[in-house]
Design a protein around this ligand. Structure first.
Ligand code: TYD
Length: 226
């Protein structure tokens, strides 16, 4: 079942918050009800963006500096938006995306210390009018997220858990909460320390209220200038 106009929902938060798992659970429950759903992720999600993802996550771009990295994240986002997200929304698909523009605001903008005007300009160019209808922020104390991420990782390198790094993660948590506070219409915060089934129920409820908003005007506009 395709909606007359798609819906764009992004999943954001720090490491180990369980957002990917919850995104797929929501996708399964929507598909079981007959909705057309596309799950995707950033960086990546399109052929061009997946190529850039490799450059970014392998650390190959790190030595070129934070501005270069931020531009690469934006290039990947632009390709993802134009090649995948906008066309899917135009077909009436529900698009669920694991990380999007708020990750850039937080990781490059806040903990990367990039100037806000630079980050805003990149965001505007990359999203080109495709703003999420809803953003679900998975909130977790940095210590818990890091512990979960460590359990998941094959190697338990203690370096990843140095105090400095914990502070960085805590800073990101605060930054995501600040985004939610500044944009309450778009953002919902979920306590990611709860049991997974409780979180899944909350996520379904958030989606339900978005679906029931129906014909009300929304912030996103898949038809925006391309
Ligand atoms: P990924 O392996 O997809 O992990 P996660 O489960 O944390 O989502 O890694 C994505 C990494 O890229 C993550 O550390 C956040 C970072 N990132 C940015 O720094 N800026 C961005 O714009 C995006 C989308 C991700």
């Amino acid at each position: 079942m395709a909606l007359t106009k798609g819906l764009f929902v992004t999943f954001e938060g720090g490491e180990g918050a369980g957002k990917s798992t919850q995104m797929h659970l929501l996708a399964d429950s929507l598909r079981a009800r007959g909705y057309d759903v596309l799950t995707t992720r950033e960086p990546g999600g399109s052929v061009g963006a997946e190529a850039v993802r490799h450059v970014l996550l392998s650390g190959a771009a790190e030595s070129f500096g934070i501005r270069m990295e931020a531009i690469l994240f934006a290039a990947a986002r632009s390709d993802h938006v134009e090649e995948v997200i906008r066309p899917a929304l135009q077909k009436g698909t529900i698009v669920l995306c694991d990380r999007f523009m708020d990750s850039a605001r937080v990781y490059q903008g806040i903990t990367g210390n990039l100037e806000p005007a630079f980050v805003e300009t990149l965001e505007r160019v990359a999203v080109n009018g495709v703003i999420p209808d809803r953003t679900i922020i998975f909130d977790l104390p940095a210590t818990v997220g890091l512990e979960r991420a460590r359990r998941r990782a094959a190697s338990n390198s203690p370096d990843r858990f140095e105090k400095e790094q914990l502070e960085t993660h805590e800073k990101r948590r605060e930054a995501f909460l600040d985004i939610a506070e500044a944009d309450p219409r778009r953002c919902r915060v979920v306590d990611a320390a709860q049991p997974p089934d409780v979180i899944a129920a909350e996520v379904r409820e958030i989606m339900e209220s978005l679906l029931s908003e129906g014909d009300e005007p929304r912030s996103s506009n898949a038809e925006a200038a391309s």
